[in-house]
Design a protein around this ligand. Structure first.
Ligand code: CDT
Length: 309
């Protein structure tokens, strides 16, 4: 048994006016609660340090730099790293990354129990649009503020197992899980900010959103025999509602723990990484059963190519 007692550390809303320091205090409070619950590993959401700023349009993109971190850890986040090290707890959280070369990414880091960063991921599937869209009920400007990630979907040896990360919209794409599955991943962490309604389709409300969310996680976990730990930033940010639905999914695709609020909340489960073995050695024994000669469309084309009439 390789048990990683894991806490999905859901954050309630972060308003535009809330400072990094205020948010880090909330994250530290969750970390201390997780420590009292004897957790080994803490998972925070996408863009955990700020409001979900891609809903705000800045005509001059440089005005959005206020939401980005140029250092990790930096002055605002160092207390998190110190507390994780003192508690001997691993963690992961999402943040907006501004590199020394001036590139912008929607990123997450994986931090070992020593407080060292052992992995980084940059979000690959960026939803939304790059220009102000008056047709939408609200904006989703990830394509304006971020570049697509350039690190692939790496898997890291950490927490006594094989750990991978993805971010929000990535969870809807089977390729995300499979690329990590092909590296033997045993736990995938995922932070998300998902609006409760579709800005282009008011009929797609919270129930449908939750259905698509869980369907994606459960399928990804089962089909790659991995744990998936999904963590929301939830609730109403400056009038914009976002779904909760933080949950921990086992390698059979079963939700073993889930949130009950849209506030700061811990969702805890004992995740035995050895529980990934059965699926990886039987129905999803990739080496024996995959037929890559029939999968070429997956990496050779982006859009749909219909058969000739
Ligand atoms: N943050 C993020 O990726 N949110 C998207 C919203 C899609 S609607 C433009 C998601 O897939 O939940």
């Amino acid at each position: 048994m390789r048990n990683v007692r894991t806490a999905a550390a859901q954050l309630g809303p972060i308003q535009r006016a809330d400072s990094r320091a205020e948010v880090v205090q909330r994250m530290l409070a969750l970390l201390q609660r997780a420590k009292r619950e004897r957790c080994d590993f803490l998972v925070f959401p996408e863009l955990a340090l700020t409001t979900f700023f891609p809903r705000w349009y800045h005509e001059d993109r440089r005005d959005a730099d206020q939401w980005f971190e140029t250092q990790m850890p930096g002055p605002a986040t160092q207390p998190l790293f110190d507390a994780a090290r003192e508690a001997a707890m691993g963690m992961t959280f999402g943040y907006a990354e501004l590199t020394p070369e001036g590139e912008h990414f929607n990123s997450s880091v994986l931090v070992e129990r020593s407080g060292e960063i052992v992995g980084k991921y940059r979000k690959i599937h960026l939803p939304g649009h790059a220009e102000f869209d008056p047709e939408r009920s609200f904006q989703h400007l990830e394509k304006r503020y971020f570049l697509p990630g350039d690190l692939g979907f790496p898997v890291f040896r950490a927490m006594g197992g094989l750990m991978g990360m993805c971010i929000c919209n990535d969870r809807r794409w089977p390729e995300t899980y499979r690329v990590m599955g092909l590296q033997g991943v045993e736990m995938i962490t995922l932070g998300f900010n998902t609006p409760s309604v579709n800005s282009q389709n008011p009929d797609e409300g919270p129930q449908m959103r939750m259905h698509h969310h869980k369907l994606s996680l459960q399928a990804g976990a089962y089909q790659n025999s991995t744990w998936v730990v999904a963590v929301a930033k939830a609730g109403v940010e400056d009038g914009h509602p976002m779904v909760g639905g933080s949950c921990i999914v086992d390698p059979n695709g079963i939700i073993v723990a889930e949130s009950t609020s849209e506030e700061d909340e811990l969702v805890i489960a004992d995740c035995d990484l050895d529980a990934t073995r059965f699926g990886k050695q039987t129905i999803f024994d990739f080496k024996r059963h995959r037929r890559i000669e029939h999968y070429t469309n997956i990496t050779s084309q982006v859009g749909v190519v219909e058969p000739a009439e």
